[in-house]
Design a protein around this ligand. Structure first.
Ligand SMILES: NC(=O)C1=CN([C@@H]2O[C@H](COP(=O)(O)OP(=O)(O)OC[C@H]3O[C@@H](n4cnc5c(N)ncnc54)[C@H](OP(=O)(O)O)[C@@H]3O)[C@@H](O)[C@H]2O)C=CC1
Ligand SMILES: CCCCCCCCCCCCCCCC(=O)[C@@H](N)CO
Length: 297
């Protein structure tokens, strides 16, 4: 009986794999394409920009800090494959004023042509126990991670629809697939991206615009180093189960996914949850035991 079920599952997956090239669109050629990367001055965004540059794209890097932008531009330029390629830098806060975001997108389209691919990677994380996270943080994470992806997307979408082409990428997180200890402020902002990406994909498909969303694990970036400064023990132990990835690796995977959209759904690994609950319980018991021991002394 079990064997039959297993055989069915294997056959189904094989079938999906075989028909996926038929139902997915033609791969996007990055050579000569204009790619806008928000959060392109650091970490995952910077690696994505470098990966696209290696494939011949023209890049606009968007972030706030000008000196980090200039530094990143130099690094991206080193990945050039021809002498026509250009890296443009734009300093703007993607989460505050929609009018501003719209006007910088206009500027970069005037210089490098219509946007072929938008990578929404600007974002920030924070971990801490729910009651210890400042209330303001819940608003700011939602603003940067969610609205900071809505605004640039909104600013490029009309032209993409007119041209009947384009790719939009959102960078969520494994913490955007399941809620985890310490991420009460961060996870919801990443879950929101999933709702946005799935709804938008349904609207955009008839216009030959494809939306992808990435769920990376912990990745070795300045952003992660900053987050680790306040990370509760539980969050650290839970995160260790999926390890730390290098930004270059994440970039390779997500860029490939965006240009060759497979359209296959990613499954949530729910079986992890049981083992995480036991980590949380163990930490609590150990903390209580050491408190009790302190009292006895
Ligand atoms: N590193 C990790 O473990 C993981 C990260 N992610 C997600 O990937 C994305 C990138 O993370 P990571 O590379 O670690 O982060 P970094 O902190 O290294 O880089 C963040 C980038 O976003 C920019 N940015 C932040 N806020 C704004 C804003 N309001 N307006 C414009 N630009 C902004 C930063 O530049 P500046 O500050 O100058 O504006 C910088 O370029 C985030 O969305 C993060 O949530 C997902 C899973 C794992
Ligand atoms: C298909 C699999 C889905 C679920 C797997 C569960 C894995 C549990 C480990 C979760 C690690 C938390 C990563 C958060 C990364 C992040 O976004 C911050 N580091 C940002 O700085």
């Amino acid at each position: 009986m079990l064997l039959v079920v297993a055989a069915f599952i294997v056959a189904f997956v094989l079938l999906l794999y075989m028909i996926s090239p038929l139902i997915s669109p033609k791969p996007l050629k990055l050579n000569g394409a204009h790619v806008v990367v928000t959060g392109g001055s650091s970490g995952i965004g910077k690696s994505i920009a470098m990966e696209c540059y290696r494939q011949g794209a023209f890049i606009t890097l968007v972030a706030r800090d000008e000196s980090k932008l200039v530094q990143a531009k130099k690094e991206v330029e080193k990945c050039a494959i021809n002498d026509k390629q250009v890296v443009l830098c734009i300093s703007v806060d993607v989460s505050k004023d929609y009018g501003q975001v719209e006007s910088v997108i206009k500027q970069c389209q005037e210089k490098l042509g219509p946007v072929d691919m938008l990578v929404n990677c600007a974002g920030t994380s924070f971990s801490g126990k729910f009651e210890e996270v400042e209330v303001e943080r819940f608003r700011s994470l939602m603003e940067v991670n969610y609205l900071g992806s809505v605004y640039p997307t909104r600013a490029v979408i009309t032209t993409m629809k007119e041209r009947r082409m384009g790719r939009i990428m959102f960078v969520s997180s494994q913490a955007g697939q399941i809620g985890l200890f310490g991420y009460t402020a961060y996870s919801p902002s990443k879950f929101a991206l999933r709702g946005l990406a799935e709804s938008l994909q349904m609207e955009m498909k008839p216009y030959n615009i494809y939306v992808t969303i990435a769920y990376p694990p912990d990745t070795d970036t300045p952003g992660l180093a900053e987050e680790n400064r306040t990370k509760p023990l539980e969050t650290r132990l839970i995160s260790e189960t999926s390890g730390v990835t290098q930004p270059e690796q994440v970039a390779k995977t997500v860029v490939k996914d965006a240009i060759v959209t497979m359209g296959l759904f990613r499954t949530v690994a729910l079986f992890y949850l049981g083992s995480f609950d036991s980590i949380v319980r163990r930490c609590m018991i150990e903390r209580e035991q050491s408190k009790a021991a302190d009292k006895r002394e």
